[in-house]
Design a protein around this ligand. Structure first.
Ligand SMILES: Cc1cc2nc3c(=O)[nH]c(=O)nc-3n(C[C@H](O)[C@H](O)[C@H](O)COP(=O)(O)OP(=O)(O)OC[C@H]3O[C@@H](n4cnc5c(N)ncnc54)[C@H](O)[C@@H]3O)c2cc1C
Length: 496
């Protein structure tokens, strides 16, 4: 008899949320994580005694009655999270062509706030919000109802966000403003499906939150609940092989040679890494080719700033700044004009509501710019890599200082991450920020189902469904319905 009912590969949100559900539903679960620390992108790090988030800065849908709140209620963690709701009148500020526009929370407020800047566009804003709500209504799990195959999700993977926004208004400035937070989904106007824009935007308008003192609290609570349900979590256990016998995966083989047997396997890591773990013919050549050919989202360069005490006010909004005539930076990416845009934000702490201890800023960067250092290990990339990082960081700091005078003088220390850090940290190809690039021109090719042709091998994580806390949570539920039944699980979640 195998030791476990389910082995899960990867302890990011995808792996942990699947582990939470399945252990709650009575299965014996074992989560294998290659890093020494559990949590994937939910991890935080400390410098100068201060906490920095790595891969989660703000989330939507956590208000009472909202979708993520309901999923986290079922998981038993929602009441124990330390959250801060962002500014009701401006959770995101979009600075475009020297003017700042605010996205407000609650739909009426969202419309009224932008209509002050675009008085002739109120009808367009109403149309935009109605369309967003209509799109979101077509996604059953997003609305915490079972997916019985009767909805029209697919239609919104077939239309691009650029096309959608152009259909709302001919006003070019408003078009750019409505696309102003596209860094939160690495948007490409002619490729990114409108579904992704709509699902993220709607959840934030309904309720935009940050995790006070860091996003690791989500991982900590999920780990605690899995352990209390009898689950096992094994850090520092990289899975290198899936052993297949008689048409089924029988065990996961670790780098240290250990073999872990189980009835079912869920891989919550990048699907190309999963495919590389078995040469089973059940995963056909055409399937492997399709998955390998999906483009990745772009990578980012980030700075993590530690402030001198009481030197920089806490900002309870996110600030998206653009230097160019379009907010769609990816198709116009040009290293000569770097940084073309940035996202700047501060992390809330329980110590002070007035001053920020830290800030993070990120901007797109292509992997090719750091590729020359890819074969050197972390810490041994040499002085030219250090100089590159310093040069880029100072360009970005100078940019931010123009919008926030006093920012630079408030800096105690700063730290950086490049596409190479992203790659070694997340295991995504080329340090991609959000995993695969969905493409409305090839919707079927770029959507990955949880089920594989190996009957006891399921996929989860940000490449199934979509990225982000809400997207990955819903993707985990979708994966677990394969083992527990759609109606059963959704009913349990709804009643929790
Ligand atoms: C810079 C950045 C900022 C972001 N900001 C936000 C935000 O503000 N809001 C938001 O909602 N989302 C944000 N995201 C996206 C979000 O962080 C991700 O979509 C989500 O956390 C992905 O979860 P996951 O479980 O799929 O993957 P991960 O968190 O990457 O977890 C995968 C885990 O699998 C492990 N692993 C890999 N290979 C193996 C192996 N062979 N054996 C064992 N373990 C393995 C990895 O070490 C990792 O721990 C951001 C992402 C980045 C990179």
């Amino acid at each position: 008899m195998p030791k476990y009912d389910v082995v899960i590969i990867g302890s990011g949100l995808g792996g942990l949320f699947c582990g939470n559900i399945l252990s709650k539903e009575g299965m014996s679960v074992c989560i294998l994580e290659k890093q020494k620390h559990l949590g994937g992108n939910l991890q935080t790090f400390k410098r100068d005694g201060k906490i920095f988030d790595t891969g989660i800065h703000y989330v939507g849908g956590l208000g009472e009655g909202q979708n993520l709140n309901q999923y986290f209620k079922y998981a038993g963690i929602v009441d124990r999270l330390n959250l801060e709701r962002l500014n009701m009148d401006a959770f995101d500020k979009i600075n475009f062509q020297d003017k700042t526009y605010s996205y407000a929370q609650a739909y009426d407020n969202f419309i009224e706030t932008l209509a002050q800047e675009f008085p002739n566009e109120k009808e367009a804003l109403i149309k935009y919000t109605n369309e967003i709500k209509k799109i979101c209504n077509e996604f059953p799990l997003y609305n915490v109802r079972p997916n019985l195959g009767k909805d029209n999700e697919h239609m919104y993977y077939e239309r691009s966000v650029g096309d959608f926004i152009r259909s709302i208004t001919p006003n070019k400035i408003l078009q750019n403003v409505l696309a102003g937070n596209n860094l939160s989904y690495a948007g490409v106007p002619g490729k990114t499906p409108v579904a992704i824009h709509a699902l993220i935007t709607n959840s934030l308008i309904e309720g935009a939150y940050r995790f006070e003192d860091g996003s690791h609290q989500v991982a900590d609570l999920l780990i605690e609940s899995i352990q209390s349900n009898g689950g096992t979590l094994m850090p520092d256990c990289e899975v290198v092989k899936l052993n297949v016998k008689g048409g089924k995966v029988v065990s996961a083989e670790l780098k240290n040679g250990e073999i872990i047997e189980s009835e079912q396997f869920i891989s919550a890591i990048h699907p190309t890494l999963t495919l590389a773990m078995t040469n089973s013919k059940l995963l056909r050549k055409s399937y492997r080719k399709r998955i390998h050919e999906i483009d990745e989202t772009i990578s980012v360069f980030a700075i993590y700033v530690s402030f001198k005490p009481d030197s920089f006010k806490y900002l309870n909004y996110n600030y998206y700044h653009f230097n160019e005539g379009s907010v769609w930076s990816i198709p116009n990416y040009n290293p000569e004009r770097w940084p073309q845009e940035y996202l700047f934000l501060t992390l809330p702490t329980s110590k002070s509501k007035k001053y920020a201890e830290t800030a993070t800023a990120m901007t797109y960067m292509k992997y090719e710019e750091v590729k020359q250092w890819e074969n050197s290990g972390i810490g041994s990339r040499g002085s030219d890599y250090e100089e590159f990082k310093k040069y880029k960081a100072e360009l970005l700091i100078d940019q931010i200082n123009k919008q926030y005078p006093g920012f630079k003088s408030g800096i105690l220390n700063y730290y950086t991450s490049t596409p190479l850090s992203m790659k070694s940290y997340t295991g995504t190809r080329n340090g991609s920020i959000y995993g695969i690039q969905h493409n409305s021109n090839e919707p079927l090719k770029t959507r990955i189902a949880p089920r594989t042709k190996i009957p006891n091998l399921l996929l989860s994580g940000q490449n199934v469904n979509i990225h982000g806390v809400l997207g990955v949570t819903i993707g985990s539920v979708l994966t677990c319905t394969e083992l527990l039944g759609m109606e059963y699980l959704l009913d349990k979640i709804k009643k929790s």
